[in-house]
Design a protein around this ligand. Structure first.
Ligand SMILES: *[C@@H]1O[C@H](CO)[C@@H](O)[C@H](O)[C@H]1NC(C)=O
Ligand SMILES: *[C@@H]1O[C@H](CO)[C@@H](O)[C@H](O)[C@H]1NC(C)=O
Ligand SMILES: *[C@@H]1O[C@H](CO)[C@@H](O)[C@H](O)[C@H]1NC(C)=O
Ligand SMILES: *[C@@H]1O[C@H](CO)[C@@H](O)[C@H](O)[C@H]1NC(C)=O
Ligand SMILES: *[C@@H]1O[C@H](CO)[C@@H](O)[C@H](O)[C@H]1NC(C)=O
Ligand SMILES: *[C@@H]1O[C@H](CO)[C@@H](O)[C@H](O)[C@H]1NC(C)=O
Ligand SMILES: *[C@@H]1O[C@H](CO)[C@@H](O)[C@H](O)[C@H]1NC(C)=O
Ligand SMILES: *[C@@H]1O[C@H](CO)[C@@H](O)[C@H](O)[C@H]1NC(C)=O
Ligand SMILES: *[C@@H]1O[C@H](CO)[C@@H](O)[C@H](O)[C@H]1NC(C)=O
Ligand SMILES: *[C@@H]1O[C@H](CO)[C@@H](O)[C@H](O)[C@H]1NC(C)=O
Length: 768
């Protein structure tokens, strides 16, 4: 094996030199990767398969390429992938001229350049109330037999989270594979990790001659290991992050089966590879796709995730995706795709704490993730204006070496940390109220306190004759209140390219999530050059929120095999909790801690056990989504890219999708409008039921619902209603989001079915 690797690398190296030489000498034709959508129904009958057809098209382009147009990247056009399941078409490495020729081929629909994908990173179980004796865990047998496909950076198969323990065999319908590759062989999969594949032809095409540093499904970044273990990791006892958050770690669906589709490499991350991964996942037979990444600023018909997830939805596969980390501004969200579940990130009720104990006995709880139990016991406490700005390494060198210093709140915390890093300061106290400070991993002993506690410390340090302090690290505080809150960074709706559907759908824990990590990437540092590795890491992002929702979707799939992806999403949306653990509306850390709007958190925090039994669901069929697409000003080709067939039925365009939430948009010139929504709900409760509406109108709007009572005679019966929003512009409305809710309450109180209502400015002109 080593020999083979050596040879191929050597060859690559020589090839690289050759290519460089050509590049220097020829007036080269630039080639790039294009994703090409084709109409399969127009395949000439002479071809036995569409792969054959696509290769032949590329081959015919090749024969037109004369020697004088040899280019610096590749000697001729070539085919990267043929997409068979979630898209009809292929990706190919082409010059502009070759693309023009290709466009004349029968069956050509559209082509666009390959693009970069954005990865969404920067004791959750108890917080979500999952419990072994009742509710969703036992009802779904912990997700046993449900297959979660994770599209990500790869996986570390040796991690304890991916051991098979008490699992036996896997679902017979599984067609996936555990592919051999660098440092990865097929024996590394088991009954937990049942598949692992990797896709990097797009990376290689974009970087000719590149040496893929880990040419297999093995994770080199940690992200994929983290998300996979969050969604479906097995039980691992005694997990912790350097003594913080210690306990038993396990995924949301601990018996679900995982399959990794690695599409992100250190050398690049391309749409062509993402599409290939999703194409294979659907073909392999996954039930859930968890994808913590997204494409920014693309319409649905050029967004590989939107395209692939449409076919996935048709096959009953739930696609759960991250909203992005571009908040808190409105209109920053990606994956705002009607047939996908879009997940926002919230904080959790756990803090990684350091206790600051002053010499007078007063104790203040601060935040820290310093990765050891540093000994800072009864040290001198200094508050000295000479260096308390803590932004000058030169001044900080004057700090006595046996002291803890107090740093004033001053600009960016990270700049202060930077300045102190180069000094002998033994310990420091910082002041910040910003969310990202709470997870600050300092490489020397420091603690962050809130500005409300700062005066206590300053007062003591400046009035006591011999002020002193102790800092205790590795403290974990549970039950932090209020929690959850909307994370500062989580991207906000409306979805720029599809604003008419309320996005995100729901919120899940995304901040400071503990999950498995790779041993080859340090998770902490002490001093300038001691790097530490850990089997677990604590990181934040909508990337971490998404797999929580994917795990719950897997449990719901396991409990209700007959539900459509729309039904599963509806159950999660209508049972989500808009209140925090103080029973007040969830607050938005990105909006000065005011009540969060549905454009930040969707319907609220997921509530898995309630989602098991939602009472009513808002279902949607593939045809409903087609009707939605037909209502957009898309061309026939643009729609066909998504539906993969010309035979979609556009006779009933309808922008009013049967969605479990409501959004009405106004622009700068709107003075008033009336918008009516039609909805149909299906009774999935046991037997007859009567529901009554309770409305809370967004400020400045009037809302009516008709009828106000829904009576169901039996299970699976459907009833329809109409909701009308009457909006009149107020002078103060400029770019202001207002919101309310419609709640259907069952007469016996067994079920409440809640839909958020948002009235929002159309922030982004999406160009329809
Ligand atoms: C490619 O990377 C591997 C692993 O880092 C290294 O052993 C090999 O020498 C590299 N080959 C080339 C051609 O750079
Ligand atoms: C699976 O095994 C682990 C120990 O490896 C155990 O803690 C856990 O309770 C088991 N779970 C189930 C559902 O059997
Ligand atoms: C795969 O890895 C296992 C464990 O490292 C090893 O025992 C086995 O021989 C390898 N198989 C192949 C085909 O390389
Ligand atoms: C450090 O902070 C002080 C107080 O805010 C400010 O006046 C000074 O300009 C800052 N110095 C640097 C180098 O940023
Ligand atoms: C503050 O630090 C400076 C520089 O080390 C020192 O000269 C000064 O005396 C200190 N001030 C107090 C009040 O200790
Ligand atoms: C945030 O809220 C505080 C207290 O209500 C207020 O004083 C401050 O001006 C607000 N800041 C912003 C940016 O809205
Ligand atoms: C589509 O175009 C028509 C006519 O230009 C316009 O009235 C309509 O609002 C557009 N629809 C959307 C969804 O943009
Ligand atoms: C299209 O759908 C409508 C109902 O929305 C139906 O009446 C019509 O027959 C369908 N047309 C085709 C060609 O299937
Ligand atoms: C608002 O009206 C002005 C003047 O008629 C027009 O230029 C502008 O494009 C309109 N804005 C929107 C968002 O429709
Ligand atoms: C629903 O309410 C009825 C009373 O109307 C009660 O008998 C039944 O146990 C409730 N079911 C559940 C699942 O709570």
């Amino acid at each position: 094996m080593m020999f083979v690797n050596g040879v191929s690398h050597h060859l690559l190296f020589i090839l690289g030199l050759l290519l460089l030489a050509f590049h220097a000498n020829s007036s080269s034709v630039e080639r790039s990767t294009y994703i090409v959508h084709m109409d399969k129904s127009l395949m000439p009958k002479t071809f036995s398969s569409h792969q054959h057809w696509f290769s032949s098209i590329i081959h015919s382009l090749k024969s037109r390429t004369t020697t004088s147009s040899l280019d610096g990247h590749s000697f001729s056009p070539y085919l990267l992938y043929s997409y068979d399941n979630v898209a009809h078409g292929f990706s190919a490495f082409l010059s502009k001229e070759e693309l023009e020729t290709l466009k004349k081929s029968p069956g050509f629909i559209s082509a666009y350049k390959d693009k970069y994908v954005t990865l969404d990173t920067t004791h959750t179980i108890e917080f979500l109330s999952l419990n072994p004796t009742s509710g969703l865990w036992p009802a779904s047998n912990y997700g046993d037999d449900v297959i979660v496909g994770v599209i990500d950076t790869g996986i570390w198969p040796e991690s304890d989270s991916f051991q098979a323990n008490n699992l036996s065999s896997f679902p017979a319908r599984w067609k996936g594979e555990c592919e051999d590759g660098q440092d990865f062989n097929s024996s590394m999969c088991n009954w937990k990790l049942i598949g692992a594949r990797y896709f990097n032809k797009g990376v290689i095409a974009a970087n000719p001659g590149v040496n893929i540093s880990m040419n297999s499904a093995r994770d080199t970044m940690g992200h994929g290991t983290h998300t996979s273990s969050t969604a479906g990791g097995n039980y691992v006892d005694d997990a912790s992050f350097y003594g913080y958050a210690s306990g038993t770690a396990r995924g949301i669906a601990p018996r679900a089966r995982l399959a990794m589709y690695k599409v992100i490499f250190d050398e690049g991350r391309y749409a062509s590879d993402v599409l290939a991964g999703m194409d294979k996942a659907v073909d392999d037979g996954v039930d859930i796709i968890s994808i913590s990444m997204g494409f920014d600023e693309v319409p649905l018909y050029e967004d590989p995730i939107a395209i692939a997830s449409f076919a996935a939805m048709e096959k009953g596969v739930v696609v759960s995706s991250s909203a992005g980390n571009a908040g808190p501004a409105l209109g920053t969200l990606h994956n705002g795709i009607p047939w996908v579940m879009t997940v926002a990130a919230g904080t959790i009720d756990r803090s990684f704490a350091g206790n600051l104990i002053l010499g007078n006995g007063e104790t203040i709880i601060g935040w820290t993730m310093f990765p050891a139990s540093a000994y800072l016991d009864d040290m001198r406490l200094i508050y000295n204006k000479t260096y308390s700005a803590c932004n000058s390494t030169k001044l900080l060198r004057k700090v006595p070496s046996d002291a803890i210093i107090f740093c004033d709140k001053n600009g960016f915390l990270y700049d202060q940390v930077d300045a102190i890093s180069g000094t002998n300061v033994r310990g420091a106290i910082f002041v910040s109220d910003r969310e990202e400070s709470f997870e600050m991993g300092t490489n020397w002993p420091g603690v962050v306190i809130s500005s409300k506690d700062a005066p206590v410390v300053i007062n003591y340090a400046t009035t006591d004759k011999r002020p002193s302090a102790t800092i205790k690290f590795q403290q974990t505080i549970l039950g932090t209140k209020p929690a959850p809150a909307v994370a500062l960074y989580t991207s906000r709706g409306p979805s720029p390219y599809f604003p008419g559907i309320l996005k995100p759908d729901i919120m899940a824990p995304g901040s400071q999530v503990l999950a498995s990590w790779i041993p080859t990437d340090p998770t902490a540092r002490i001093g300038p050059n001691v790097y530490l590795s850990s089997e677990f890491n604590v990181i934040s992002g909508t990337s971490m929120a998404c797999p929580h929702a994917s795990g719950v979707a897997a449990l719901l799939r396991g409990a209700h095999w007959d539900w459509s992806p729309a039904a599963i999403k509806s159950a999660l949306v209508t049972t989500a909790n808009p209140l925090d653990n103080t029973q007040n509306p969830i607050r938005d850390n990105g909006l000065n801690f005011t009540s969060a709007s549905p454009l930040a958190m969707g319907a609220g925090q997921i509530d898995p056990n309630k989602a098991l039994d939602p009472g009513l669901i808002y279902d949607a069929t593939p045809q409903d989504y087609v009707n939605l697409l037909c209502s957009m000003n898309y061309t026939q080709n643009q729609i066909q890219i998504i539906t993969r067939s010309k035979n979609y039925n556009c006779s009933n365009p309808n922008a009013d999708l049967n969605y479990p939430s409501f959004i009405a948009l106004y622009n700068d010139n709107t003075t008033s409008f009336v918008q009516t929504f039609q909805r149909t709900v299906t009774n999935v409760g046991e037997g007859a039921a009567t529901y009554k509406a309770r409305l809370s109108a967004p400020e400045g709007s009037e809302v009516e619902v008709s009828p106000e009572t829904l009576v169901f005679g039996k299970k699976y019966e459907k009833q329809s209603y109409e909701l009308t929003i009457k909006y009149t512009k107020n002078k103060d409305d400029e770019h202001k989001v207002s919101f309310g809710e419609l709640v259907w309450i069952e007469d016996n109180g067994n079920h409440t079915v809640r839909s958020p209502i948002a009235v929002s400015p159309l922030v982004i002109d999406s160009g329809f």
